[in-house]
Design a protein around this ligand. Structure first.
Ligand code: ASP
Ligand code: MG
Length: 412
């Protein structure tokens, strides 16, 4: 039997009623002749609640226990989904990550998948089981501790299962009906894309378009997994959703495919840093060790042998960054004047593979922001993207203006 992977996000399993609706979809695919691997997230809001419990209990928590707690939301939905399918006379059972076992690295809260043995589950399919329900987001390290794959990690579970089992497709059911040119909550002109290239999706995902976890897109690209994003609230149809695919499979597209944003960013500047070889290593080494996800980095012109070093990171990592820098300074590893943190910024980016062959895209972005009176604080670019940091209060305005400027409300 061909295998299909179906992943249901938190909103699609938020209530027993929704679990029933999701199960009906699974039942229809079984009737279509598939053996189905279902990956479930925790009920909407559940993981946030669990993270909150952990943080309240222990601000500098042991990541192994964090994983033990936050992985539990998926255990509930996996069991409930299997029970719901059984009630519909569809032979199904659930697996928690350790039962598969889905083996990961021991990087707790951000573990990477190393191995998914298929024999157990395939044997059950041979024996007549129709649906394997897997608790997403979780695995087990070689040390035998429960791990999680980072927030949004059940997308990655889904793609990894699709790759391991050679699934015909990996359908990601979520609360939106596909990938949009930007967040439809910010502008009603946002348009659903029929197709998007892996590279573009990768940028959009890493820039905070929360539809898919970045890692899941990387995996899909590497193993060429046909990935479809679709809504669990709409009627099924073959054309539904957005197909994330190779660049060659896209005929026409706009120069800019989408506008992404990330709301909770912080800009940190170290003043009067000695301008000498090794200084960047001395700063970003300790930050990396402290688990700070540094994003943009800008070093300014040097005057009198010192320079300012500016970088950005998620706003909830500022405390870690400050501590890491204070410790490094105290240990004599790095010398600087002050650390100035601006915690009221956001990042807005335009993304598109068309930028490779079009000049003037960045200039147009800057002109558009100028016309709205928005000050740009940091700029970075890559081959297919331009990102800026601006004051958080301008987030909506910047996204709307750029969406208009690049004509994203119209198909190419
Ligand atoms: N429940 C987990 C989270 O919210 C994993 C997921 O839903 O993908 O991050
Ligand atoms: Mg998600």
């Amino acid at each position: 039997m061909p295998i299909l992977v179906m992943k249901f996000g938190g909103t699609s399993v938020a209530t027993l009623d929704r679990i029933r609706r999701a199960a009906k979809r699974v039942g229809r695919e079984v009737a279509n002749g598939y053996d189905v691997i279902v990956i479930v997230s925790a009920m909407a809001g559940e993981t946030n609640k669990l993270v909150g419990f952990v943080e309240e209990t222990s601000p500098l928590y042991d990541a192994r226990e964090y994983d033990a707690v936050v992985s539990s939301g998926e255990n509930v939905t996996a069991g409930l989904m299997a029970l719901t399918l059984q009630e519909m006379d569809v032979p199904a059972r659930s697996w928690q990550g350790w039962q598969v076992p889905l083996i990961t690295t021991s990087a707790h809260a951000a573990a990477r998948i190393e191995e998914i043995p298929t024999a157990n589950i395939l044997k059950k399919f041979e024996e007549g089981m129709k649906v394997a329900v897997i608790a997403g987001f979780q695995g087990i390290s070689r040390e035998g501790r429960i791990t999680t794959l980072g927030r949004g990690g059940s997308d990655t579970s889904a793609v990894a299962f699709a790759a391991a089992f050679g699934a015909e497709r990996c359908d990601i059911y979520t609360d939106v009906d596909g990938v949009y040119t930007t967040d439809p909550r910010i502008t009603s002109k946002a348009r659903k894309l029929d197709r998007i290239a892996f590279e573009e999706m990768l940028e959009l995902a890493s820039l905070g378009a929360k539809v898919l976890q970045t890692r899941s897109v990387e995996l899909a690209m590497r193993y060429n997994v046909k990935l479809r994003v679709l809504s669990s609230f709409e009627e099924m149809s073959d054309e539904a959703g957005t197909l994330v695919c190779a660049e060659e499979d896209i005929v026409e597209s706009n120069v800019v495919a989408g506008v992404a944003y990330s709301r909770d960013e912080a800009k940190l500047t170290l003043t009067q840093v000695a301008d000498r070889p090794g200084i960047a290593a001395a700063i970003f080494g300790p930050l990396a060790e402290a688990g700070v996800n540094v994003d943009m980095i800008v070093q300014n012109i040097s005057e009198g042998g010192t320079t300012d070093m500016t970088f950005s990171c998620p706003v909830n990592e500022v405390k870690r960054a400050e501590k890491a820098m204070a410790d490094a300074k105290a240990a004599g590893l790095v010398d600087f004047g002050r650390l100035v943190a601006d915690t009221d910024v956001c990042k807005v980016s335009i993304v598109g593979i068309g930028m490779r062959s079009h000049a003037g895209v960045a200039a147009k972005m800057f002109q558009t922001l100028r016309d709205e009176g928005i000050n740009i604080k940091v700029i970075t670019t890559s081959e297919i993207k331009v990102s800026v940091l601006v004051d958080r209060k301008y987030l909506e305005l910047a996204v709307q203006a750029l969406h208009d400027a690049f004509g994203l409300d119209r198909a190419a």
